[in-house]
Ligand binder design. Structure first.
Ligand SMILES: C[S@@+](CC[C@H](N)C(=O)[O-])C[C@H]1O[C@@H](n2cnc3c(N)ncnc32)[C@H](O)[C@@H]1O
Length: 259
């Protein structure tokens, strides 16, 4: 199947050419091999093989109670906070950057369907996209795209909104900055970018002291988000219009950027 989309400049582009690997909701068969020119970044295979890359990773982690446990019981609150900001009914185009375990994307797809919109989810690991395909209801208005968040092969201003849920803390600083720059580029002026991730807990929070060594060991770039606001990695043009909300004594944050 060749889907065709108009770019911001008005020309038509074959999605097969634009997106080396497209795993659409149910229309296309699952692809389990990495697309030839989409390579898993080194930080993912070196530091997150146990969570996303290992052949048993999905089997082990795709349990909402476990994700909730890892988030100290905050999964539902954080998921709902992200969805609430985006809205109940989502017409137009929505981008989710990176798959997540749990039912966040199914909820997002429902809202997109209610608005008659379209959802694109990008991830660099085909096995994560394949897992997501199994979680989405058949007929969900979603395209699952195999891409690196730091190099989105998508035209400028393609989306009305974008969501990043616990992606940035996994990335080294240079990759994080490129991801944010790419997301900023593909969301249209006036659109919204919602980010949920770790942040520095308040001084009185026990996890500020107990969680730090574990995070530093298991997730070596996560403490960057304790040291700096997310705005630190935003392109200069995005630094003016953002707001932050803290959760669970500051350990988690939601940042909303108006493009
Ligand atoms: C969003 S993050 C963390 C999600 C969180 N731990 C959870 O499951 O709730 C996990 C996903 O990010 C994807 N990912 C990591 N780096 C990426 C990149 N550079 N481009 C696209 N996807 C990426 C991984 O393949 C994985 O599917």
């Amino acid at each position: 199947m060749t889907q065709v989309q108009s770019t911001s400049r008005g020309e038509s582009i074959s999605l097969r050419r634009m997106f080396p690997s497209v795993i659409a909701g149910t229309a296309l068969p699952a692809e389990s091999q990495p697309a030839p020119n989409v390579k898993a970044p080194h930080y993912l295979t070196a530091h997150y093989w146990w969570a996303y890359v290992h052949p048993r990773a999905v089997w082990f982690f795709e349990r909402q109670w476990l994700v909730n446990l890892i988030l100290w019981g905050n999964y539902v609150q954080l998921r709902n906070a992200a969805l609430a900001d985006l809205g109940d009914v989502l017409p137009g185009t929505t981008l989710q950057v990176a798959c997540v375990y749990g039912d966040l994307t199914a909820g997002l797809a429902r809202r997109v369907a209610a608005g008659g919109g379209r959802l694109d989810v990008v991830d660099v690991l085909p096995m994560q996209l394949e897992n997501l395909r199994r979680k989405l209801p058949s007929g969900a208005p979603a395209r699952l795209l195999s891409m690196d968040s730091a190099d989105l092969g998508i035209p400028d201003a393609s989306y009305d909104r974008a969501l990043l849920f616990f992606l940035l803390h996994e990335q080294p600083a240079s990759h994080r900055a490129r991801t944010l720059s790419e997301v900023f580029r593909v969301v249209r002026p006036g659109g919204e970018i919602v980010i949920v991730d770790y942040a520095l807990p308040r001084w009185w929070h026990p996890l500020r002291y107990l969680w730090r060594p574990l995070l530093a060991t298991l997730e070596p770039f996560a403490l960057d988000l304790w040291r700096h606001e997310i705005a630190h990695w935003l392109p200069a043009a995005a630094r003016a219009g953002w707001r932050k909300q803290s959760f669970f004594g500051g350990l988690y944050q939601k940042v909303v950027i108006r493009r």
